[in-house]
Design a binder for this molecule. Sequence first.
Ligand code: SAJ
Length: 434
Amino acid sequence: MNFQKICVIGLGYIGLPTASTFATHGLKVVGVDINPQVIETLRSGNIHIHEPGLRTVVEAAVRSGNLTVSDQPEEADVFLILVPTPFYEDKHGEYEGRKYRLADMRAVTAATEAILPHLRKGNLVILESTSPPRTTVDLVKPILERSGLKAGVDFYLCYSPERVFPGQILRELIENARVVGGVTPESAEAGCELYAIFVKGEIIATDATTAEMVKLMENTTRDVNIALANEFARLAEKFGVDVWEAISLANRHPRINILNPGPGVGGHCISVDPWFFVETAPELTPLIYHARQVNDGQPHFVLEKVKQVLGSLKGKKIAALGLAYKADVDDLRESPAAEVVRLLQKEGAQVKAWEPFKPDAHLPEIHMTASLDSATEDADALLLLVKHTEFTKLDPMEIISKSTARTVIDFVNGWDRVQWESAGFTVFRLGVHR
Ligand code: SAJ
């Protein structure tokens, strides 16, 4: 096929890197977003996302004249949909007493409807947003066919999941294997041809619903395995075992790879996607449901641990280190660390939070400080909630010289106990009884 112009709808964490990468590979790209601030930021030569290397690629894309931005789609050869698919905050489904989340597909619906007036014969439309199984055939296809054109006959239609790891998006976009599911084999073939423009990893054709399920299976596997690690941490505390040591020993087995326990599972993927299975088949997914419960309950487990160590939290001054949803990213959405802070405050603790990747963020109810020192100077205890590299490199001698705290609780295995104890701290860790 001859791809010259592509319309990328949704310029978020995946959309902007994807749009820019197509542009630096020679395609004319119109990046579309409904958020005027995003458009304004990009037009003024800035970016609204922190992702290593992204600024350089966006700048190159804009400089080449290939990337422009707009608040609405226009005629193109290809339409790529990369809009958010969160769940509803205020609506639930219920099955045998188990309440489950419901996917909010309004952004996908709106993006598809926005394409409709521009859809022409021979176009290729690809949905990349993580979606419940059958979304491409049951939601996207009927909307596009309102044009009078038939999917798989007059235009090509695919689902292709993005699989990139925040923090390494630009490299993984190019190097990861890509699954492209078509509503017909010809659609899949057209999709594969498109991604071959920049993808160096293997590109594999399948059908659209398989591709949707592949994505959900990947993230659900991770969620269930993290839940298992979190349960192991609870068990280790009960049995007087160091879970980190036990995990590293178990992982010497050639076929075992236990993940890391922590304060919970955040972000907008792993903690959301398993619900798309539960929603569409609650009777078939008790394991997936319970893994979600374990991971969502982990901030409460963290709270109990802090209470065990510090006793009543009323008036206790706590420095919370890290608010991002995981290490070395600036993304604070669905962050278990933020949830922990809120729970501590509900128990009467005075918490100051320090997030080096987003010191100026405003999170409801959370007191964020402008520096590490101002969070720690008058604290009773330090909580390590995110394993940012810069936290793992902190010098405990320096911290103790500037802080009133003598107790640290490490929830991510980021600090060496011996080193911190020899500096004068008493160290407690998640998954370790003492
Ligand atoms: N976490 C743990 N223990 C671990 C690993 C992670 O508690 O051993 C926590 C993290 O701290 C974080 C959450 O889980 O709060 C999710 O982090 P993550 O690193 O597992 O995943 P994401 O959400 O950053 O990215 C995932 C990736 N999927 C997989 O690794 C299977 C990525 O490839 C996907 O593209 C992305 O979801 C997505 O967009 O779906």
